[in-house]
Design a protein around this ligand. Structure first.
Ligand code: PMP
Length: 414
């Protein structure tokens, strides 16, 4: 029996599709302990946008450790934190004309979502939050209560707490370009939907099955929030840091959220780090009101700053991501045309193949694994095979991966 099955129940959910033990990783490749290479189309669920052991980030990290830089600092001031904040301001915020305060909410995406949910309630004095069907915001109680996937909540009997689910852009037959129906609910005192504090949304739902919200839908949502005094929280934990092309996924829609949740690839090297960005006037936190032991992960500040300097002071990564994404998109469209019921989805380097028969998605991921490629399923029934390579993947690696995916789909679907 596999040692993990006897000792580690937590690892089960992932090792189901990838039954091996990984040892080394470099760029877009993982190697198992027997030395077999796997092309990584998973990229740490979006936490490894710059690839495994990225040499530039690795060098910055080694130098920092060798000079005995501060590792752990809670909320103390450190040079690494100050340098990160200055770099984030100069490289990310100022060129986009964005004015946000940066909060370190804790090490994970869920920590960022929790801080956003707490803050909108404190700022507005209102309780409820509008969330969307198939949304995923994390596994803590508050984040789960705005998560649309009932399997994630249901096992623990967690209800939607002060959350009102609404259909995401592609949820209903035909899409929902305007929000007249929601506006009526908000205005009618008999609807039971008076004055939500905020709306929390992903511009592209990763865990929800690579559901892309159209820019018009996002704009209409942003306008609706303004009209009704609801704060707009964009959860960019998975789709931020360039996954859809621009640094923030909402840039394509030209909207400016009140609050932005960032994590996963912000640390750059796979080190835990999260940010909550707030419009300055929303910063009503009292000192110590939202704290946490691992908010001051200095090695992550070092790799985060190095990643911003390397990849976001020019538009090369963004352009490359869009070009590779379109290439993958075209290949998946052609593949989908050959298989009845198969649908290609996505934007940038967040791509998916949605299967009519949910089991097929898992079988395709398994067939891809057998052929040396890692990808994961997503969606409410795990019916979508998700392709999320590192943004630094080469064109040759993309084509190699696409060949494996195509072969795996044909092997499963005939
Ligand atoms: N929000 C989104 C959109 C996510 O995709 C995730 C993680 N998949 C989270 C929040 C939660 O992040 P974490 O797992 O770091 O808590």
């Amino acid at each position: 029996m596999n040692v993990f099955e006897t000792l580690e129940s937590e690892v089960r959910s992932y090792s189901r599709s990838w039954p091996t033990v990984f040892d080394r990783a470099n760029g877009s490749w993982l190697h198992d302990e027997s030395g077999k290479p796997y092309l990584d189309f998973f990229a740490g669920a979006g936490a490894l946008n710059y690839g495994h052991n990225n040499p530039i980030l690795k060098r910055a990290l080694i130098e920092y450790i060798e000079r005995d830089g501060v590792t752990h600092s809670l909320d103390m001031g450190t040079v690494a934190k100050r340098d990160f904040l200055n770099t984030f301001k100069q490289v990310v915020l100022e060129p986009r004309g964005l004015d946000y305060k940066v909060q370190f909410p804790g090490p994970t995406g869920a920590n960022s979502v929790e801080s956003a949910l707490k803050l909108v309630r404190k700022v507005t004095g209102r309780e409820s939050v509008i969330n969307f069907t198939n949304a995923f915001h994390g596994m803590t109680l508050g984040a789960l209560s705005v998560t649309g996937n009932s399997m994630k909540r249901g096992g623990a009997g967690i209800p939607l707490v002060h959350a009102t689910p609404m259909p995401y852009d592609n949820f209903l037959d035909g899409q929902t370009p305007d929000f007249l129906w929601l506006e009526r609910l908000l205005e009618d005192s008999g609807s039971g939907l008076n004055e939500p504090a905020a709306v929390i949304v992903e511009t592209l739902q990763g865990e929800g099955g690579i559901n892309v919200a159209r820019v018009e839908w996002l704009r209409a949502l942003s306008e609706l929030c303004k009209r009704h005094g609801m704060l707009l929280i964009v959860d960019d934990v998975q789709m931020g840091c360039g996954r859809t092309g621009p640094f923030f996924s909402f840039e394509a829609a030209g909207i400016v959220p009140d609050i932005v949740c960032l994590s996963k690839s912000i640390g750059g090297y796979g080190l835990p780090m999260a940010l909550t960005l707030l419009r300055p006037e929303l910063d009503v936190w009292e000192p110590g009101e939202h704290n946490g032991t691992f908010r001051g992960n200095n090695p992550a500040f070092i790799t985060a700053a190095a990643a911003l300097q390397e990849y976001w002071t020019s538009d090369l990564l963004e352009k490359g991501t869009l070009a590779k994404g379109e290439h993958i998109g075209r290949a998946l469209e052609s593949l989908a045309e050959t298989i009845p019921g198969l649908e290609a989805r996505g934007r940038g380097l967040a791509r998916g193949l949605a299967f009519d028969d949910a089991e097929q998605a898992g079988q395709v991921c398994r067939a891809a694994f057998d052929r040396g490629l890692l990808m994961e399923t997503s969606g409410p029934e795990s019916e979508v095979a998700k392709l999320m390579p590192a943004l630094t993947i080469t064109d040759e690696e993309v084509d190699k991966g696409l060949a494996i995916v195509t072969d795996a789909v044909h092997a499963v679907c005939g």
